[in-house]
Design a protein around this ligand. Structure first.
Ligand code: MG
Length: 368
């Protein structure tokens, strides 16, 4: 089996809530996603997607994803997609860095590998654990009372885990955490994600002010060293995200005891291939995981469902159903949330197939 064509589409994903806001006044109104299709010489098509959280979150941006994917095409065309590890190494040799550009192509190769094996992707990634996957809901940064109302609203939809976007002024963030904690019921889980927005002195004031609240603290500061300072000064369970962008930073953080939970985003790490590697290491080391991506629509959500469903349940802290945050569904067969949970498709591969009518004309098509 050889890859004959690589096509990419730009897909706009407007938000159900109108916008998504997090630390430092950053926000997105309409996500700019890139959907990739790989066609093979035996008539199969595999799908991938990459959607940066705007240009100011990680070192990635939407037009860069498309430029990177086009740059990768010569290393991808003619290759066997049933060998995703080998394909990923070829891509990495052809383009240094730019993990997010590799992610969509790698995802499409895994889709094809699953189709060729006649197995759902979660089976290839390790097996299906449990009936379904527990989800969390990110709560966009708003005044405390609005965020508490959103928690109650999403709780009524079935979510039991909530990740608050903080990383603003200390007094506001303390009020946000307290207001949302008051909206919880026994068994619910609260995470305060500062998305690198606090300086150490601010983070220390927040964690001290909410010392009596059962809340996880996620990525308080921009640098690893500053996160570690905060970690060592608090007894709150601690999540690292933005600074864990590969195996080396993960191993260092684990050796330092710097996190209890790690957030693995598929495109931050460069695709399902490197994410699976880190996921398996976390399973062995007993580090629980949030399994997700920077953002995305139906195809990214399908990939998250397979990645999460193939992770042992006790190590699966949460996962994200991004396709329910946006107004637009562009694929058939994508996971749909039910009572705060989703499940991976049982069809071969990803099981999510974009509709031609939704995609329109491709941004580019490259042939072998
Ligand atoms: Mg995070």
């Amino acid at each position: 089996m050889r890859i004959e064509n690589l096509s990419a589409w730009r897909v706009e994903l407007p938000l159900v809530e109108g916008s998504y806001r997090w630390s430092g006044g950053k926000s997105v109104d309409v996500f700019d996603s890139t959907v990739v299709r790989l066609d093979t010489d035996d008539g199969r098509s595999g799908w991938g997607e990459v959607c940066p959280l705007g240009p100011a979150y990680l070192p990635s941006y939407a037009a860069g994803a498309r430029a990177g994917i086009a740059e990768l095409a010569p290393a991808v065309l003619g290759q066997d997609p049933r060998e995703p590890e080998r394909l990923w190494r070829r891509m990495d040799a052809a383009l240094k860095g730019h993990p997010y550009a590799k992610s969509a192509v790698d995802m499409a190769a895994w889709d094809l590998a699953g189709q060729a094996a006649g197995l759902p992707l979660c089976s290839l990634l390790g097996g299906r654990y449990g009936e379904d996957v527990r989800l969390y809901r990110a709560i966009s940064q708003e005044p405390p009372e609005v965020m508490a109302e959103r928690v109650a609203g999403y709780r009524a939809e079935g979510y039991r885990r909530f990740q608050l976007k903080v990383g603003g002024a200390v007094e506001d963030d303390v009020a946000r955490i307290r207001a949302c904690a008051d909206a919880l019921e026994p068994g619910d889980v609260l995470v305060a994600d500062a998305n690198t927005g606090w300086l150490p002195h601010e983070a220390l004031r927040v964690v001290r002010a909410v010392a009596d609240v059962d809340v996880y603290v996620e990525q308080p500061c921009a640098t690893y060293a500053n996160c570690l300072r905060v970690r060592r000064a608090t007894s709150h369970p601690f999540v690292l995200d933005e600074t864990i962008d590969g195996l080396e930073p993960f191993l260092r953080a684990h050796a330092d005891g710097a996190m209890d939970v790690v957030n693995l985003k598929i495109s931050k790490l460069g695709g399902l291939t490197p994410t699976r590697r880190l996921r398996d290491l976390c399973v062995e080391l007993g580090i629980a995981m949030t399994l997700e991506d920077s953002w995305g629509g139906d195809v990214v959500t399908a990939a998250i469902a397979h990645l999460a469903h193939s992770t042992p349940e006790e190590l699966r802290f949460t996962a994200t159903d991004f396709n329910s945050y946006v107004t637009r569904s562009y694929a058939d067969g994508a996971p749909r949330r039910e009572d705060g949970r989703m499940r991976a498709s049982t069809r071969p591969g990803l099981g999510a197939v974009p509709r031609a009518s939704e995609l329109g004309a491709p941004a580019f098509e490259l042939r072998r």
